[in-house]
Design a protein around this ligand. Sequence first.
Ligand code: KG4
Ligand code: ZN
Length: 359
Amino acid sequence: MTDTIATAPAVATAPRALQKWDDRVLVLGIETSCDETSAAVVKGGREILSNVVASQTELHREYGGIVPEIAARAHIEALTPVIAEALVLADVTFWDLDAVAATVGPGLVGSLLIGIAEGKSIAAALGLPFIGVNHLEGHIYSNLLVDPAARWPALCLIVSGGHTLIVDVSGHARYEILGRTLDDAAGEAFDKVARFLGLDYPGGPEIDRLSLLGDPEAVRFPRAMLNQDGLDVSYSGLKTAVINYVRGREKAGAQISVPDVAASFQQAVVDVQVAKTMTAAERTGASRVCMCGGVAANSGLRRGMEAACKERGLELTVPPLELCTDNAAMIAACGTEMLRAGELSGLDAAPDPNLPLAR
Ligand code: KG4
Ligand code: ZN
């Protein structure tokens, strides 16, 4: 007698979901790509019923950056209670859900694995579709959670700890990357400069806070790539310029105003990022500009982009702070659109730490 091994279906199906993939469809989103454990319930891809984020910042602070092994272990501990809380706050049960969406990449492989395993388990147990979502596509979709009328096409600036991309979003899953960083991501530059200045982790919000106390014109740091035609940016030279400036002043025995350095650095990033985004908008003829990712929480960038868009008569969508940084509502929103488009993943879905945006 031969043993039969039951294999999981390649694609989970859910007749319930397919019957009502309208504005009432309920998707559970799971986000564990980096150092936030998040679960959310989103209705119709637009209405956030709950969005719970458990941050690991305190665990990583003493190391001055994210330790992947610690992140993965913390996700294991936090994820189940975070999902339970998301369901309670949304006032729904597992049995009300129509699909489960989890981030499959890009991100830290061990962290991604936790969210994917739990998401697939829930989907399999309930017989629901599982949708593997690209984290960057999720960030793009955070913009649709802001304004019920918001829709594509739009020019989207993704500025996070790992990515800096200017993307022409012509429709769902239609992304053309027009510009990117050639070295450090914008958030990475904020974090590295902050660490050099002896500021707390994560550095972006710290520099933002200190900038309010400093003079952005105090030091004229270089604006790399600004005089070039292309839409790419580069931040490693700026980081080095900050380091050289501070060391030079120290050597000369001169005083350094950390708020002035922070404000001047931030202004250089803002000037470059706003200019490149405006050039991209001009070239594509976009009438709407969207911003997303952790650095989109930066007050200087928000002000700079607002002023530039206003001047040119462009509509600007910027998510509130809690939707700029990593969260599961954006994953559920993107997952809902993928559900509508029939883009389901198999239960063999695996993490892809380097998953590109274009598919
Ligand atoms: O999108 P996100 O939460 O995670 C990634 O996918 O990377 O972005 C995190 C990044 C970090 O580098 C953090 O320092 C930066 O976003 N960030 C900020 C601000 N808030 C978060 N950077 C500048 N100003 C802020 N207010
Ligand atoms: Zn992110």
